[in-house]
Design a protein around this ligand. Structure first.
Ligand code: HY3
Length: 350
């Protein structure tokens, strides 16, 4: 065996959404914030993201995280999130996977029954409270970055669909939100390929017609991801959503070939974006729980802790909670003669 790179990873999922966590083998990243380190990664080490997420080491449904030294003096650890087409500034399922791995593998000390820690995500500091029992993290609750709506009931023209009413909101990523009932799409998991195809067409139209930029960080633009939501179906839940994560470029000439995949979890940042929209419409108040279900029927619970402002936008400060589970460990290697150092994608599943 010949090895030109070896990466140690712990495989985990949060309420069904896989989030590989790299615990060793990363190069030194330059920058005086985790956001700057993420930019260094994107510019100079993107081959690692591609190796981890594409075949033969990855698959379209996979997210990945790299544990990195934090820069902020209050942070216990930093992490960079990799997804198939972007480096999200923040992610709920990935935060839960990272916390579960850090505490259950002893990278950071676990204190039972409650461990408090602070992570530095690219989007900023994230305060975390993990409930722990018998060496297991049984719940991760974190205080997300402020979430806000940028557009409410905006209309975009989508080829093949016509005029579609959408909201655009930030919950740690910039989402386009659409009401599934309003456009006649079933949110059942077995309708995933239709949800993905329509969501990608809407995302592409919104990115062109409603481009957005974060007021505090002009390098964060969007929208990059979609949240098709619907009325709750399970007792004890307040809503459900199907989040489509892009897995490739969208070609408007071939919308039927749109490639994306449903978030297997209810999506933490998507839940927070939805809560910001509900709050902006006067439909969700401070202190109220919002239990959101995903395609597997698993849930994340959000709650608005307080309100604030981000640039010109009224915003909410939400908490989000859910659980993660470790399901493997791996040493991923690269042979110097491997013809696919960036992995590969094939159109049958990408
Ligand atoms: O929970 C979340 O926020 C996310 N899950 C995968 C896509 C998003 O980053």
């Amino acid at each position: 065996m010949r090895i030109s790179r070896m990466i140690q990873a712990v495989e985990a999922h949060a309420e069904g959404e896989p989030g590989r966590v790299i615990t060793g083998g990363m190069p030194h990243l330059r920058g005086n914030s985790v956001f700057a380190k993420m930019q260094d990664m994107a510019r100079n080490h993107d081959d690692i993201r591609l190796q981890m997420l594409r075949e033969p080491r990855g698959n379209p449904g996979l997210c990945c995280n790299a544990i990195v030294p934090p820069c902020h003096p209050e942070a216990d650890m930093g992490f960079i999130i990799f997804e198939q087409t972007e480096y999200p500034p923040m992610s709920g399922s990935n935060t839960i996977c990272v916390v579960t791995v850090l505490l259950e593998t002893g990278v950071l000390p676990m204190i039972e029954p409650v461990t408090d820690l602070t992570l530095e995500a690219p989007a900023g500091l994230i305060k975390v409270r993990a409930t722990c029992q018998d060496g297991k993290v049984t719940r991760v609750e974190f205080l997300n970055v402020p979430a806000f709506a940028v557009h409410l009931d905006a209309v975009v023209e989508v080829p093949g669909l016509g005029s579609v009413t959408v909201d655009v909101a930030w919950g740690g990523m910039f989402f386009v939100l659409t009401d599934a009932d309003r456009i006649g799409v079933s949110l059942e998991a077995n309708n995933g390929s239709e949800i993905v195809r329509i969501s990608e067409a809407i995302r592409h139209a919104a990115a062109e017609q409603l481009p957005v930029r974060h007021p505090d960080n002009p390098d964060i633009t969007g929208p990059t991801i979609t949240n098709m939501y619907g009325a709750p179906v399970a007792t004890g839940t307040h809503g459900r959503g199907a989040i489509t994560i892009s897995t490739g470029d969208f070609d408007p000439a071939r919308p039927q070939e749109a490639s994306g995949i449903l978030d297997r979890s209810p999506c933490g940042t998507g839940t927070c974006a939805k809560m910001a929209v509900l709050h902006a419409r006067g439909q969700l108040g401070v202190g109220q729980d919002y239990v959101n279900a995903g395609p597997l029927g698993t849930t994340f619970t959000g709650r608005i802790v307080e309100t604030t402002n981000v640039g010109p936008y009224p915003a909410i400060v939400p908490t989000l909670s859910g659980q993660g589970w470790i399901h493997g460990t791996a040493n991923w290697t690269l042979d110097p003669t491997d013809p696919f150092p960036h992995g590969y994608t094939v159109g049958d599943m990408w």
